[in-house]
Design a protein around this ligand. Structure first.
Ligand SMILES: CC(C)(COP(=O)(O)OP(=O)(O)OC[C@H]1O[C@@H](n2cnc3c(N)ncnc32)[C@H](O)[C@@H]1OP(=O)(O)O)[C@@H](O)C(=O)NCCC(=O)NCCS
Length: 392
């Protein structure tokens, strides 16, 4: 009698596949570190541009370096007219992450450095990608809503300029600050699914755009960057605070998941959630509409309690839980939350791609190639005997 093999589905949990100097997630302690700095210490004190510089060049910039870097980024915000035309020809109901992923491949075709394999060429591609992501996302939102495009303003920060291109108005300082903090907190998170996807593609020596396109695809999934959109959809579906208890019990009883709770690495609250939650509260107060923050808070508490009762262990909030209501308060369309995540995370992806391409384990980083465990059938003792199609 043939022995039944155990089916594997490890999700690569607990398997270390490469060394990195970019960031660290300490799941037990609830710590996120960007190149030695706690992300929570950076949030609110440095701009997204400074964090991008830190991720790419391994140090925080001084004033002159930041000024120069800011101007490099500002000059690269425009996107090719051919891409604008392609977006204008896209169906208005196309998923924004699909539009973003397609846009990455299109801008690759117009990048003068695409065949350049030097670090300098890769740095320029990295800057172009980071600079163009906000323009692609904002333009797509305006195109699909039949609104005239708002050209990038080179004097504004990435955060202020994105909101300006999206809404046609320069945001005030508070709004800019909150959005900038969101970008800082979403910039990097070690070997999460999309960064792993980007690094895996980079390990084949494919170019940066191919690797970033893979990152966008991975981030779009509901269990990854797609979760923030699902959190807001869940809040809208529940509708009011008095319905949360029933919703939570029902979802757990039917084997569903409460979006924004749980994490593959953190065994404590995600440290980013503790910064995002007060910002969501403050935005709710500022708009005189505390409902979405209050519902989130109640859902967090009731979800944690019900989960503990059902599974006998704790569950924690992740980054997507409070960013959802915060982006909603900012007037960002619910299906743009994941592209907004991508605007920040592209910085982490390109830092990892650069590390994979230029600073990995000597002499050259290995091509990623894991093993699988074949549990399929053999007709014969070792393999199936081939039978021509007419005789099957
Ligand atoms: C992120 C996520 C995929 C991690 O999954 P994971 O590593 O398998 O989680 P764990 O090992 O801690 O938990 C596994 C168990 O808890 C359950 N669980 C995990 N998160 C849950 C949630 N948010 N709601 C309900 N149940 C949940 C799983 O269904 C599983 O149950 P089982 O043991 O009966 O099969 C998962 O928590 C999830 O789907 N969360 C919701 C989506 C989300 O917010 N994603 C963004 C992540 S930043």
């Amino acid at each position: 009698m043939e022995e039944k093999k155990e089916l594997l589905n490890t999700g690569l949990r607990g398997i270390t596949i490469a060394s990195t100097k970019i960031s660290d997630v300490d799941g037990a302690a609830g710590k996120l570190v960007y190149r030695g700095y706690l992300a929570k210490d950076l949030a609110g004190k440095v701009s997204f541009e400074e964090v991008v510089y830190l991720l790419l060049y391994e140090k925080l910039p001084d004033k002159e370096e930041l000024k120069h870097f800011f101007s490099l980024l500002s000059k690269e915000r425009d996107i090719p007219q051919q891409l604008v035309s392609a977006m204008q020809n896209s169906p208005k109901d196309a998923l924004p992450m699909d539009v973003l992923q397609s846009a990455v491949s299109i801008i690759a075709q117009y990048d003068p450095d695409i065949k350049n394999t030097t670090r300098e060429g890769a740095d320029r591609m990295a800057i172009r990608l980071i600079a163009k992501f906000p323009t692609i996302v904002a333009y797509w939102d305006r195109i699909r809503n039949d609104k005239p495009l708002v050209a990038p303003n080179p004097d504004l920060t990435i955060a202020a300029n994105f909101l300006y291109m999206l809404n046609g108005e320069i945001p005030d300082n508070d709004l800019t600050h909150y959005f900038d903090v969101c970008l800082v907190l979403h910039a990097e998170h070690s070997f999460n699914a999309s960064t792993f996807a980007a690094r895996e593609v980079a390990s084949t020596r494919a170019h940066m755009y191919a690797a970033v396109g893979a990152g966008v695809g991975s981030l779009s999934g509901a269990l990854h960057g797609g979760a923030n959109t699902r959190v807001m959809q869940m809040l809208l579906e529940i509708g009011s605070i008095d319905k949360i208890e029933d919703y939570v019990r029902n979802i757990l009883e039917t084997g569903g998941v409460i979006m924004g709770l749980g994490h593959a690495v953190y065994q404590t609250d995600d440290p980013r959630a503790h910064i995002l939650a007060p910002m969501s509260k403050a935005m709710g107060e500022r708009l005189g509409e505390p409902k979405w923050y209050e519902m989130s808070k109640s859902l967090e508490l009731k979800g944690k309690k019900a989960f503990k009762e059902k599974k006998g262990r704790d569950i924690y909030v992740n980054v997507d839980f409070y960013s959802a209501s915060l982006y909603y308060y900012m007037g960002i369309a619910v299906d743009l939350f994941s592209p907004v995540f991508a605007i920040a995370r592209v910085a982490g992806w390109v830092a990892h791609i650069l590390e994979e391409q230029f600073a990995g384990a000597a002499p050259k980083p290995a091509l990623y190639r894991p093993e699988s465990d074949y549990v399929g059938e053999y007709c014969g003792p070792d393999e199936c005997a081939f039978v021509p199609i007419d005789e099957r």
